[in-house]
Design a protein around this ligand. Structure first.
Ligand code: HEM
Ligand SMILES: [Cu+2]
Length: 567
């Protein structure tokens, strides 16, 4: 076993020789096949989308400072929440973690040079760009007012906005997502290094794998549905229009057959990040590794069977409602398994409250609230009351923003030193996590209360009794915007002022921390051999390099029970 990769060894690459400096000029980025550069471009793209979507959200919240008609009229309000939702879902939450962090980290975690299909990877990024251009096209011409769900018959017969352009945009974005998923599946199957059997794969990779399966299997359904929608609107085919023999509820079935699994496309990668963060910053091997890995797969598969819980109020049969309700409850089991295992990992761990861990703890709290309130929505009797109220809005923000976005920011702080070679200011990073946590709850908790008291979603006005909740929520939203901006500033300032990042600042045992920060163009000179990814005992703090390094005296024991892909 001579191929231990020692950080000291990989540090011999001078910092001039890394993926950022390997070549220069616009084209070296625009035509790059390097997964790390593509990941960075995705990062810039998806973060831009997030800030635009966030700006629209602040306009929505500002309108709600008073219950009387304010500075936007009802039409503009419909446009604002549609664009906010569509941008956040299609341009940010779905592509952000796989596209930005996944692309960057997945091959390095595998000790591989790149993903299996680098050209397809670049193509996936440009499809994202084209999809975004279609969205901007809709925004700059007529806007879009159907809601991000494009429900018929409004989207096909009534809306005066450019629905076709926006659906084509979402169609193209779907291909971007499929390409990423396909690439990750093949990469994980074929490019694992010697020693990395399936059950020695870091949990972030398991989560990306489970996500990729959904991306590949569910997204085509959305694609065909959106094409049918566009065709119906342009040619009046009679697929969704009852006048012509169609059925508008059919659209809801198609849409949610994709979009419920898609909520797991959004959350699973976030859960994967959290598994890495909790283990690293508790300085303990993850508890219940196989349970966490299998629960990702269980979520991916069960997620396909519950779409009807979005349609309890659509008049579907009582029988199917009972079935969907029962199945919905069953998906919460694997989610809860993960939460218990994360807590068990922290138990008796030596917890380090570094910035990424602060975000991870925030995730645990917020995601749990999001998941538990899902149960009220999954139970028929309560959902009939809560459906289409602010309770639903609060629920999905707790899971998507409190869950996915917070995990994304945590992951970004975690891998930032690896990606950029710079350390950021810990203190201000922690402060940003605290502000985001407090402000998030201030924004969305009052929405549970007003929703359960009957405040409907997607209304631009409200009754006086809801004012206090709306005002609290708006104050929270502006504070939340400030917190996220602060996080961005902390990271950007580090690029100029941050001290140089060591190869392994956190003491994690996964492979990406064994190459230098930022990684050389080819990541590893020789395919490394790996052991247990959560064996924290195998790394020790080295004061000379101010980095954790691999202990020479701990041999890497390859797992003999299963053949790795490379062998
Ligand atoms: C424990 C897991 C979960 C359960 C039991 C659950 C349950 C539900 C139910 C029953 C609804 C429909 C409410 C209604 O319209 O009346 C709903 C809505 C929603 N959920 Fe979840 N959910 C869970 C996790 C998630 C996750 C992980 C995400 C995203 C990351 C998510 C995102 C959404 C969204 C976006 C909606 C609203 C869709 C809309 O009508 O616009 N949910 N959830
Ligand atoms: Cu659902």
């Amino acid at each position: 076993m001579t191929s231990h990769v020692m950080p000291a060894h990989s540090d011999s690459h001078s910092s001039a020789d890394n993926y950022l400096t390997a070549s220069k000029g616009f084209l070296s980025w625009a035509l790059t096949l390097d997964h790390k550069r593509i990941g960075l471009m995705y990062l810039i793209g998806t973060m831009t989308a997030m800030f635009i979507g966030g700006f629209l959200a602040l306009l929505l919240r500002a309108e709600h400072l008073s219950g009387a008609p304010g500075f936007v009229n009802h039409d503009t309000y419909n446009q604002l929440f549609t664009l906010h939702g569509a941008i956040m879902v299609f341009l940010f939450i779905i592509p952000s973690i796989p596209g930005a962090l996944g692309n960057f980290i997945l091959p390095v975690m595998l000790g591989a040079k790149d993903v299996a299909f680098p050209r397809m990877n670049l193509c996936s990024f440009y499809l994202w760009v084209f999809g975004a251009i279609f969205f901007v096209g809709a925004l700059l011409t007529t806007g879009l007012d159907t809601g991000w769900t494009f429900y018929t018959p409004y989207s096909t017969n009534t809306s005066q906005t450019n629905v076709v352009l926006a659906t084509l945009g979402a169609f193209i974005l779907g291909f971007s997502s499929i390409f990423t998923g396909l690439n990750f599946i093949v990469t994980i199957h074929t490019m694992r290094p010697p020693g990395m059997t399936w059950f020695r794969m870091p949990l972030f990779l398991w989560s990306l794998y489970a996500t990729a399966i959904i991306q590949v299997l569910a997204t085509p359904v959305l694609g065909i549905t959106l094409l049918l929608l566009a065709a119906e609107r342009m040619f009046g085919l009679g697929i969704f229009d009852p006048k012509l023999g169609g059925d508008p509820v059919l659209y809801q079935h198609f849409f949610w057959f994709y979009s419920h699994p898609a909520v797991y496309i959004m959350i699973l990668p976030g859960m994967g990040i959290i598994s890495e963060l909790i283990s690293t910053f508790s300085r303990k091997a993850i508890f219940g590794y196989r349970f966490i890995a299998f629960s990702s797969m269980a979520i991916a598969l069960l997620g396909f069977l519950v779409w009807g819980h979005h349609m309890f109020a659509s008049g579907q049969s009582e029988m199917i409602t009972i079935v969907f309700s029962a199945l919905t409850f069953s998906v919460s089991i694997p989610s809860a398994i993960k939460v218990f295992n994360w807590l068990a990992t922290m138990y008796k761990g030596s917890i380090v409250l570094a910035t990424p861990m602060c975000y991870a703890l925030s995730f645990l709290f917020l995601f749990t609230i999001g998941g538990l309130t899902g149960l009220f929505l999954g139970a028929l009797a309560t959902d009939i009351h809560l459906h289409d109220t602010y309770f639903v809005v609060a629920h999905f923000h707790y899971v998507m923003m409190g869950g996915t976005l917070v995990a994304f920011v945590g992951g970004l702080f975690y891998w930032w030193p690896k990606m950029t070679g710079k350390m950021y200011n810990e203190f201000w990073g922690q402060i940003s996590a605290l502000i985001v946590f407090v402000a998030f709850n201030l924004t969305f908790f009052p929405q549970f209360v007003m929703g359960s008291r009957g405040m409907p979603r997607r209304y631009y006005n409200y009754l006086p009794e809801f004012q206090v909740y709306h005002v609290l929520s708006t104050i929270g939203a502006f504070l939340l915007g400030f917190g996220l901006l602060l996080a961005a500033v902390v990271l950007i300032v580090s690029l100029f002022k941050g001290r140089k990042a060591p190869a392994n600042p956190w003491g994690a045992a996964t492979l990406e921390w064994q190459c230098s920060s930022p990684p050389p163009l080819a990541n590893f000179e020789k395919t490394p051999t790996v052991g247990n990814p959560y064996d924290m005992q195998s790394v020790v703090w080295d004061p000379d390099t101010e980095s954790f390094v691999r202990r020479g005296d701990v041999p890497i024991v390859p797992d003999e029970t299963e053949q790795p892909a490379h062998a």
